[in-house]
Each structure stands twice: as structure tokens, then as C-alpha cells.
Write a protein that binds this ligand. Structure first.
Ligand code: APR
Ligand code: PHB
Length: 391
């Protein structure tokens, strides 16, 4: 089988790219190794920045988002045993804001559209190799329904996440990966209890970080910093709620409790692979970069990559010019490194490294004090959190 753009991976990157290309009349095929139920239930991020919402609207995939998504105009920071400051987004970013709408819902919306309207979405199709990326006919070999098949393409896009095969198709000598692993993880819970605050709360405390988020007016999503390697089953519900109470402590505010319906531990790492393009193979989303979740950038960076790539492929398809394709990697990496820095900044400012000194803690408190007292420092956080325009 031949297609213009072969897309490996049916997560947010691959699905949004397929939607944008399909609407532009460029044929493509999505190969997804797992089944529909798996990709739609994977608990991941929950924050869509302005540019991602704009892209989903452009793709005709924002109907439910606009109906059910929660618009958020700010976040609250807490630190130093009760200090609090709300960062407002629209007033500091000329109107940009974020939406609370789980990645699971974005994936469900995109899958439903693609199954109804095309392009082909093959579940249970595991790519095993990408060859010929330096020729004009790269070939993806994949296993589907027990048979080995091939897909010849004009271009291949690796949207197959951090553990996919696409990145490996770039010779070691042609790529560089920059990494940082953080000395802590997040224990995340879903709880059947209305959120205790209308917005997100990011809390720095002497015992570590905590985050109050949500999935709907009825479901809370909360995280607390734990040591790497923590087994979620070693934390009882009561211990989780008690620890969250300590870390969010603020006079006159209480954290509502309810049945915990899911617990998971996620590690924290930063990673960037350069370049994001090799011959006729492009990397997008987690296949190219990973951020710690503190800045809520993972899904949004993935969306930005595929918006840039879709624009470039449309230019090539309509004019024959490959200039935007040739600039893809540099264009995306500028935004990637900005998001990597912001995610690192939010992570290291708000988390308590087990090895950190009292001096380090004072620096963190000083940084948080600065954000609360300087419109410039506050504005820099707001612009990065609500997301910079995709250029
Ligand atoms: N063949 C086909 N599909 C594959 C293969 C393969 N060899 N390897 C991985 N996949 C699929 C995975 O099953 C997954 O559905 O590729 C998809 C990659 O999706 P994500 O990992 O979600 O990556 P991406 O689409 O870039 O979205 C990034 O997802 O992981 C979160 O935090 C991340 O929010 C960010 C977002
Ligand atoms: C979430 O709701 O899952 C979430 C929100 C903000 C973050 C990370 C995760 O920074």
C-alpha cells in the first residue's frame, strides 16, 4: 500500500496530524499498535493551552471541548506555609487562557472523527521498522492482523512516543539526545469529589510538591511528589489525603475528600532528540521530546509540532516548495527548548529535591515571592503557561 504521509502512532500527535492533513486533502495512514480502548483510556495530561485549542478548532475537532471543556484564566501558587498568589493569564498575555480537558477526551474526539471520516486508522498495527528514509520512497514495515505488511510513503512521521521505533530509524551518528532525570516522581490520583478550588493549585512545601487539578466539576485530579520508585499501593487513601492537606495548607481553605478511583506513579524526565527530521522521516511529539508534567506542556508541544508540520506539508503539496519542511526541525526546536526550560523552571522551583540544602529552599521561596511581587516575573510565567503563539 502507498500513501503520501505514513504516520506511526495514534496518540494526540498522530491523530491531530492526520486530521489536519485530511482536511487539506493530503492522503495519509495512521498505524497504531494498541487497540482503541487502550489509547482512549490512557490517563495523561489535562491542560490545553490556547494554541492547542485553536488547532483543534481548525481541525474541526473541538465541538465537545467547547461544550464541556473548563476555561481557566489562571492558576494559584502556594508556598512558605500558607502564602498564596493567583497568576492571571488574560491580563498578562493579551487574552490567552487554558482549557481543562483531559487528553483521553482529545484522543476520543479525534479517533471518532477519523473512524467516521477518514483517513485510515489501523489499530493493532505495530510498526517494526522504517527504512529508506534517505530515499524518496521510505517504507514502513508493520505487523497487522498477524501478517507483516509494508506501507510505502512520500514522507513518514514518527508520532510513536518515547518508546517508539521511528527515532531509532535515525542513525545514532545523526542524532543527539539531551536528557535530565529528576530525583522524584508524582503520585497521581483521580477522586470522585468536586474540586476544592475552581482553578489549579501548585504548592511548594517543606515535604514536597502537590498539585490540585480536575477532570470535571465532579472529579478531582491531584498529584503529590514522591520518591522515585514509589509503589502507589504503599499509600493508603487516608495517607494521601493527609499529605495533600499538609502540602496545600492555607488558612480558611480545606481540601474536600472522596473515593479515590485511580492511583498511578509517573516519573519525571526531560529529553530532547535533535534533529527532529532525518531525510523523509519527521519526529513529532513524545517521539522527539519529553517534559516533566509540571508545566503541562507535553500534549501542547506535540500539538505545536504537528501544526508546524501540517503547514509545511500543505505548502509542499500545493507549491512543491520544501522550504518549510526543511525548516521544520529548527522551527519546532525553538519552541521545544522554550517549553523544556519552562517545565524545568516550574519543576525545580516547586519540588523539594531530597538532596537540596536550606540555601536551595530559600532560593525557591525567593523566586515564588518574586512572581507574587513582580508583574514582569508573573507575566513571564503566564505567557509560558498559557502558551506562545505557534510561528
Ligand atoms: N507502531 C505503532 N504505534 C506505536 C508504536 C509502533 N511501533 N510505538 C508506539 N506506538 C503508539 C503508542 O501506542 C501510542 O498510542 O504511538 C502512540 C504514541 O502516543 P503518545 O505516547 O501519547 O505520544 P504523542 O502522540 O506524541 O502525545 C504526547 O502523550 O504521553 C503523552 O505526556 C505525553 O501528553 C503528551 C502526549
Ligand atoms: C492534570 O490535570 O493532569 C495536570 C494539570 C497541570 C499539570 C500537570 C497535570 O501541570
Amino acid at each position: 500500500m502507498h500513501t503520501t504521509v505514513g504516520i506511526i502512532g495514534g496518540g494526540p500527535s498522530g491523530l491531530l496530524l492526520a486530521r489536519l492533513l485530511h482536511r487539506a486533502g493530503i492522503d495519509c495512514v495512521v498505524l497504531e499498535s494498541r487497540d482503541r480502548a487502550y489509547v482512549e483510556q490512557r490517563q495523561r495530561a489535562g491542560i490545553l493551552e490556547q494554541s492547542t485549542v485553536d488547532a483543534l478548532r481548525e481541525a474541526g475537532a473541538a465541538g465537545r471541548l467547547d461544550a464541556e471543556g473548563l476555561v481557566h484564566d489562571g492558576i494559584e501558587l502556594r508556598w512558605d506555609g500558607g502564602r498564596s498568589h493567583r497568576v492571571d493569564f488574560p491580563s498578562l498575555t493579551s487574552g490567552r487562557r487554558v482549557w481543562v480537558y483531559a487528553q483521553t477526551e482529545v484522543v476520543k474526539d479525534l479517533v471518532a472523527l477519523q473512524l467516521a471520516d477518514g483517513p485510515p486508522l489501523r489499530f493493532g498495527a505495530k510498526a517494526v521498522s522504517v527504512e529508506g528514509v534517505e530515499t524518496d520512497r521510505p517504507v514502513v514495515t508493520y505487523v497487522h492482523e498477524g501478517r507483516t505488511k509494508t506501507l510505502t510513503c512520500d514522507y513518514v512521521v514518527g508520532c510513536d512516543g518515547f518508546h517508539g521505533v521511528a527515532r531509532a530509524a535515525v542513525p545514532d551518528t545523526a542524532r543527539t539526545t539531551y536528557e535530565r532525570v529528576y530525583p522524584y516522581s508524582w503520585l497521581g490520583i483521580l477522586a470522585d469529589v468536586p474540586p476544592s478550588c475552581e482553578e489549579l493549585i501548585y504548592a511548594h512545601s517543606s515535604r514536597g510538591f502537590a498539585l490540585h487539578s480536575m477532570r470535571s466539576p465532579e472529579v478531582s485530579r491531584l498529584y503529590l511528589q514522591v520518591p522515585n520508585g514509589t509503589d502507589p499501593s504503599t499509600w493508603s487513601d487516608a495517607q494521601i489525603w493527609d499529605e495533600l492537606d499538609f502540602r496545600f495548607a492555607r488558612r480558611g481553605w480545606t481540601l474536600a475528600r472522596g473515593p479515590i478511583t485511580a492511583k498511578n506513579v509517573l516519573p519525571m524526565r526531560s529529553s530532547v532528540t535533535e534533529p527532529m527530521r532525518f531525510g523523509r522521516l519527521f519526529l513529532a511529539g513524545d517521539a522527539a521530546h519529553i517534559v516533566p508534567p509540571t508545566g503541562a506542556k507535553g500534549l501542547n508541544l506535540a500539538a505545536a509540532d504537528v501544526v508546524v508540520l501540517a503547514r509545511a506539508l500543505v505548502r509542499w503539496h500545493t507549491t512543491g516548495s520544501t522550504d518549510p519542511l526543511d525548516a521544520y526541525s529548527d522551527t519546532c526546536l525553538r519552541r521545544v527548548w522554550r517549553a523544556e526550560h519552562f517545565s524545568w523552571f516550574m519543576t525545580t522551583t516547586l519540588h523539594t529535591d531530597p538532596e537540596q540544602s536550606g540555601f536551595d529552599t530559600r532560593l525557591q521561596v525567593s523566586q515564588l515571592d518574586r512572581i507574587a511581587s513582580s508583574p514582569h516575573a508573573e507575566g513571564e510565567l503566564a505567557m509560558n503557561y498559557a502558551g506562545l503563539p505557534i510561528t
